[in-house]
Write a protein of this length. Structure first.
Length: 135
């Protein structure tokens, strides 16, 4: 009888360890697959690229940025195209969102106002740099 209890206890511990290992590898696999998709990397790259363009642009400059790759990723992740890129002139922030997660934000330093428009069909972001009116 005592031998059966030891076998049962050993079997219970083994099953618990196996379940814990399976859960660990499932979480690890989910993390690796999300990193492998690189959605967050694309958000970072485009946010920084747009902020650098804004910072280096002089007033009365018009620039277009191809964001079609972001649109492809956003379409796969069922994110509406008009919310992929946002520029906040009050806080000087560029926000890029191509997945269900929070948008990646990056600060720019330009004192100019940015007039921007996303063209859904061509996959272009049009930026216009306008001198800020100081009253």
């Amino acid at each position: 009888m005592n031998l059966d209890n030891k076998r049962g206890l050993f079997l219970q511990k083994s099953v618990i360890y196996i379940i814990i290992i399976i859960i660990f590898f499932a979480i690890f696999f989910a993390w690796v697959s999300s990193v492998g998709k690189g959605v967050r990397n694309y958000e970072k790259i485009y946010a920084k690229k747009i902020a650098l363009i804004i910072d280096s642009a002089k007033p009365n400059t018009n620039v277009s940025v191809d964001v079609s790759k972001l649109y492809e990723i956003a379409d796969k992740n069922k994110v509406e195209r008009m919310s992929v890129v946002k520029i906040d002139n009050d806080n000087n922030i560029v926000s890029v969102r191509a997945s269900e997660a929070d948008a990646y934000t990056y600060k720019f330093f330009s004192d100019n106002d940015i007039v921007w428009n996303l063209d859904r069909k061509s996959g272009k972001l049009f930026l216009g740099v306008v001198e800020k009116n100081v009253a």
